[in-house]
Design a protein around this ligand. Sequence first.
Ligand code: ADP
Ligand code: ADP
Length: 233
Amino acid sequence: MAVLEVRECSKIYEGTISTRALDNVSFALERGEFVGIMGPSGSGKTTLLNVIATIDEPTSGDVVVEGQHPHKLDLEEMALFRRRELGFIFQHFNLLDTLTVEENIVLPLTLDGAPVAEMKKSSLELARRLDIESVLHKFPQEISGGQMQRTAIARAMIHHPSLVLADEPTGNLDSKASKDVMEAFGMMNREERTTILMVTHDAFAASFCHRVLFIKDGRLYNEIYRGENRQAF
Ligand code: ADP
Ligand code: ADP
C-alpha cells in the first residue's frame, strides 16, 4: 500500500481572476521513498504541499495517506491526523525560540503525553545521530542555521510519522549547512525508511532524492528516477 496517493487533485482559487493552482495532479509515494518536487515560482508547489498537509482543501480529487482520507475527517480528527501521521520541515525552520533545542525536538511527544524519561532518551539518541547533541540545551538563536534545520528534522521525525513534508529545507542555508542537512535527511530516509516529500529549487538538494517530479502551471509534466530505479525521462 502506498504511503501517499494524490488522486486527480485540482485546486482553483476563486477571485477576480480565478487561478488553477493545481491541475489534475496524480502520483503515489511508496514507503521509504525520498521524492523531490521542483518547478518555477507560482507553479503550485506550496499549494500541493498544503493540500497534502490538509492545510488547504482540493477543489476536486482526493489525498490518501496510509489508507486514510484526511480531507474527509472533521477538523478535530484532521488536527490529530496531522500530528500523528505527518512531520513538517520549513525553509525558516519554525522552531520555538523560547524552548531549548531538546524541548523543540520532543514537542510532538509532549503533545502526545509521553513520559519525560522516554522523551529525553529518544531526543538524545536522535541528536547524536544528527550531530546536534552538543547544542541540546541551547536556544535556537544560539545555534547555526544548519543546526536549526537538523533540530527541525529531529522534531519532525521523533514520533515516526508516516510522511515528512519539507518545503525548501535548504532555502536559507549555505552550501556546507545544506550538505549537512541533506545528509541528515538521507540518513533518516535510509535508516528509518522515513518517506519524505521535499519541495526544492536547489539541484544539489534534489540530487539526494530517489525521484524528482517536475511541476509547471499546476501540472506534473516530467519525472526523473535516480539510483537503482534509473530510467530515462
Ligand atoms: P513560494 O514561491 O515560496 O512557494 P509564494 O510567494 O508563492 O511562496 O506564496 C507564499 C504564500 O502566499 C503561500 O502560502 C501562498 O498560498 C500565498 N499566496 C501566493 N499567491 C497568492 C495570491 N495570489 N493570493 C493570496 N495568497 C497567495
Ligand atoms: P509555488 O509554491 O510553486 O510558488 P503556489 O502554490 O504558491 O506556487 O501558487 C500557485 C498559483 O496559485 C500561483 O499563481 C499563486 O499566485 C496562486 N495562489 C496560491 N495561493 C493562493 C491563494 N491563497 N489565493 C489565490 N491564489 C493563490
